[in-house]
Every structure is written in structure tokens, then in C-alpha cells.
Design a protein around this ligand. Structure first.
Ligand code: ADP
Length: 204
């Protein structure tokens, strides 16, 4: 794909359990926004397929799936959504959650996405986030958040591998948002950031 065709993209960024998926789903319901979660794509893959086995192997340890496999899978999935007109790049802002998750992924994805803003959901209350992950694990039957040591591993992987992905982008793209508070309260802040970007890109 040529660079001029890169998807206009917002990244939802932050530690596991900080609320990227919750925000992404609501934003994706607004006309003109298309939400795409890398974790959700992986969870739709048949666990008996080769890719499904790789996903299970890494995610059950709280680790990241290798970069090349991840970006290739993501690109195939998003391309399918374009073909099916679920996502219309000429009128929709792409809201990505859970990818890129390493510096290397950020580099590879330069060919595909033009990042307009990074909404960085932050929390200074790790206990609240742990509680959210435990509750979600039992509600959604997730194998990666059911054990304390796997959650802890996911957090340290975030600190060591994912947070440094931010260094790939110019600092002025970063918008910190406090993730502690109800979903509506967080959403209000996120939309204040996103609404003008959508207007500039597609209605200017
Ligand atoms: P959360 O929203 O709790 O942070 P996700 O649902 O996004 O978690 O991801 C679950 C698991 O899927 C990760 O722990 C990882 O193993 C795998 N995964 C998701 N996105 C990526 C990615 N971009 N790169 C590598 N692995 C990923």
C-alpha cells in the first residue's frame, strides 16, 4: 500500500485493563469512527489452527505474540473489513486498540497507518486495574487474566516492551487521559480530543 493510502488512525494506548476496549467499542459505535482491537482479532482465531496455537502459547503466559505474525494477521483482518465495507478509510477514522504494542510493530505499521493522535489512558491506581482484570477474566472466561502471575507478567511486558513503542512517535501526538473514573467520564475526555480530529480530516 502506498503511503498516501495510509489509514488515518487514532491509537488507544495504555496498560492492560485500563479501559482501551471499553472506550474503543463505544467510540466505534459513532458514525465516522471504526474501532479495531488486536486482542479481539486474536480471540476470534480458531485455537486449533496454527495461528490459534501460537496465540494461545504466548497469551496464556502473559506474553506478546511475535511482531511479524501479529502485524501480518492484523493487516489481513483490517483489509477484509475494508473489502466488506465495514471500515471505509475515506470517511472513517480508524481507532486502534492493542496494536502497535512494541516499537518494532510501530515501525512495521508505518506503511499502513498515519497516526494522528495517541490517546494514552493512564492510571495511578494499580489496585483498581487489577480488580478490573480479575472481574473481566471470570465474566469473559479469559485464560490470560485468570491468574495473578499471568496478570503481573502482562504488566511487566507492558512496561518493558509496549510503553517504549511510544518513543517511536513525536511527543506532540500524545494526549494523556486519566482512566480512573466511570466509562462515561473517561469517554467525555476522549471525545473532546477525537471529535475535532474527525472534523478536520473528513469535513474540512
Ligand atoms: P488487554 O486489552 O487486556 O490489554 P488484549 O485483549 O489486547 O489485552 O490482548 C490479549 C493478548 O493477545 C495479549 O496478552 C497478547 O498475548 C496478544 N496480543 C494482542 N495484541 C497483540 C499485539 N499487538 N502484539 C502481540 N501480541 C498481542
Amino acid at each position: 500500500m502506498g503511503n498516501s493510502k495510509r489509514f488515518k488512525t487514532i491509537l488507544l494506548f495504555g496498560a492492560p485493563g485500563v479501559g482501551k476496549g471499553t472506550q474503543g467499542k463505544v467510540i466505534g459505535a459513532i458514525p465516522g469512527f471504526y474501532h479495531n482491537s488486536c486482542g479481539d482479532i486474536f480471540r476470534q482465531v480458531d485455537l486449533h489452527s496454527d495461528l490459534g496455537k501460537i496465540f494461545y502459547e504466548y497469551s496464556s503466559r502473559g506474553e506478546l505474540v511475535p511482531d511479524d505474525v501479529t502485524v501480518q494477521m492484523w493487516h489481513q483482518a483490517i483489509s477484509a473489513h475494508v473489502v466488506l465495507s465495514h471500515y471505509r478509510p475515506s470517511s472513517d477514522l480508524l481507532v486502534l486498540d492493542g496494536i502497535p504494542r512494541t516499537r518494532k510493530q510501530a515501525e512495521i505499521m508505518e506503511d499502513y497507518i498515519e497516526v494522528l493522535k495517541i490517546v494514552h489512558l493512564t492510571s495511578d491506581d494499580p489496585e483498581a486495574i487489577f480488580d478490573r482484570l480479575y472481574r473481566r477474566a471470570s465474566k469473559e472466561g479469559r485464560h490470560d487474566d485468570a491468574h495473578e502471575q499471568v496478570i503481573k507478567r502482562r504488566w511487566s511486558v507492558y512496561e518493558q516492551e509496549t510503553r517504549p513503542a511510544l518513543d517511536h512517535y513525536p511527543e506532540d501526538l500524545l494526549e494523556p487521559v486519566n482512566a480512573i473514573g466511570g466509562p462515561a467520564q473517561v469517554l467525555a475526555q476522549v471525545l473532546t480530543i477525537l471529535a475535532p480530529i474527525h472534523n478536520n480530516q473528513f469535513e474540512g
